[in-house]
Design a protein around this ligand. Structure first.
Ligand code: SAH
Ligand code: F3S
Length: 436
């Protein structure tokens, strides 16, 4: 059998990165960075905001000419946009050969075989997959970090969010499978594993909860660091906080999206917690781990958000002092409760939302920078991940608090945990000096 040569473009979150690596393994394909060399081209798409989904579609358009020149080329779309628009994509895009939903990756190889034999244009978007975690991701040799999925889908019903629609209900992966994948990666030289899921800390199977899972993974020999993302505020438990504080391998960083500082907006968003609940969760985390880094996601301009509500978000950001966060202007998504509100009188003017976003980001920029500057003079343990993008005599890694550190060093240090003295705190990263 000839091996497949795959060109794959990945948009969106860590799940999509993980899925792209699974797609590579599902096809037993080698990867090319040049679509002209590929016999299969796949765009793995993100539907979280309108901009993301348009980007994915316009990217598909770019392969029209390639397909015209080479009719044997198979062009497919996978991921959340594939799931969301399904059939419509096949109708609208004549050069598209298949549509593959995020749950359907295990069936990809036979799908491609069918396409070649019958010239069909299949749409595979069923959630009804017997083994949703079948097909492990391809792991690039020498890469010291890796994702391990512990959960697919999401059971929350945040009013703005398309994820539950396109990724289905929450399915939690059995401990032994998670452990086996972690062990396989460690044997390949991986030092740091990030457990991924839409709401990782909601993970539970039988009597086991997320805190128990952290302990199990924490016992694996050879593993040096454990991260996890994304956490859902309501599902932070005492057991989880204790596990984080007690297991030395667990990094003191949590990504804990708050979305808004206003109780009224949180309720409209159906986030199921209040501002005070969130503040209290952060306090519990900081009491147990005074050094913990806290990052977050924010949405501004959700329908119904008043100036006063936005001030509440600003004051929360002031009060918590996040290490960093991602912030977005609300984008209506088809079929969501948020979209209904957005169609009503509740819509926030685009200009207003833009201004709020700019104000929020501007304020946080100062905090993140100040926090980065506080690190100057301190020694940090850094897991060296790769050569810096701009200069190959520099290396790049991260501290346990998820701060990026660049420093001069030889590439033999990649994959090692090293001590670095911080010399400079920048807007989004640190610079330092290797200490041997
Ligand atoms: N649980 C997920 C959240 C996925 S979406 C995770 O693993 O990260 C990531 C972030 O995008 C959300 O936290 C939210 O801040 C933002 N987001 C989601 N839907 C959005 C929308 N319709 N408009 C703007 N931002 C959105
Ligand atoms: Fe989306 Fe809320 Fe789940 S943000 S992924 S519905 S926790």
């Amino acid at each position: 059998m000839k091996t497949e040569t795959l060109y794959i473009e990945t948009y969106g979150c860590q799940m999509n990165e993980y899925d792209s690596d699974r797609i590579q393994n599902a096809l037993g394909a080698s990867i090319t960075k040049n679509p002209k060399e590929a016999n299969i081209v796949i765009v793995n798409t993100c539907a979280i905001r309108e901009k993301a989904d348009q980007k994915a579609l316009s990217s598909l358009g770019r392969f029209k000419h390639l397909k015209a020149k080479n009719p044997e080329l198979i062009v497919g779309v996978s991921g959340c946009v594939a799931q969301l628009y399904g059939e419509e994509l096949i109708q609208k895009i004549p050069h598209l050969d298949f549509v593959l939903g995020p749950r359907a990756i295990p069936g990809l190889a036979s799908l491609i075989k069918d396409i070649r034999e019958t010239r069909s244009r299949p749409i595979e978007t069923s959630f009804d997959v017997e083994e949703p975690f079948d097909i492990l991701p391809y792991h690039q040799e020498g890469k010291p970090t890796a994702f391990v999925s512990i959960q697919q889908g999401c059971n929350k019903k945040c009013a703005y969010c398309i994820v539950p629609t396109v990724r289905g209900a929450e399915v939690n992966r059995p401990v032994n499978d998670i452990k086996a994948e972690a062990q396989y990666l460690i044997a390949k030289g991986v030092k740091e594993i990030t457990l991924i899921g839409q709401t990782v800390n909601s993970w539970k199977l039988g009597k086991l909860k997320f805190g128990d899972l952290l302990r199990t993974i924490g016992e694996i020999d050879g593993l040096e660091r454990i991260r996890f993302t994304t956490s859902y505020p309501r599902d932070i438990t005492k057991k989880m906080v204790e596990a984080m504080a007690q297991i030395p391998k667990v990094c003191h960083h949590i990504h804990l999206p708050v979305q808004s500082g206003s109780d009224r907006v949180l309720k409209l968003m159906n986030r199921t917690y209040t501002r005070n609940w969130y503040i209290d969760s952060v306090k519990r985390l900081r009491d147990a781990m005074p050094d913990i880094a806290i990052s977050s996601d924010m949405i501004v301009g959700f329908p119904g958000e008043t100036e006063e509500d936005f001030e509440q978000t600003m004051s929360l950001v002031e009060e918590i002092e996040f290490d960093s966060f991602f912030s977005f202007k609300y984008s209506p998504r088809p079929g969501t409760v948020g979209e209904e509100l957005w169609r009503s009188d509740e819509r926030v003017k685009d200009l207003t939302a833009r201004e709020r976003l700019a104000r929020l980001q501007n304020y946080q920029r100062g905090i993140t920078l100040a926090k980065n500057m506080e690190r100057v003079g301190k020694a940090e343990q850094v897991l060296v991940e790769e050569e810096s993008r701009n200069d190959s005599s520099w290396l790049c890694g991260r501290t346990q608090h998820n701060r990026i550190v660049n420093f001069a060093g030889r590439k033999e240090l990649i994959g090692k945990m090293v001590d670095v003295r911080i010399t400079e705190g920048l807007a989004n990263s640190l610079r330092g000096q290797y200490l041997n």
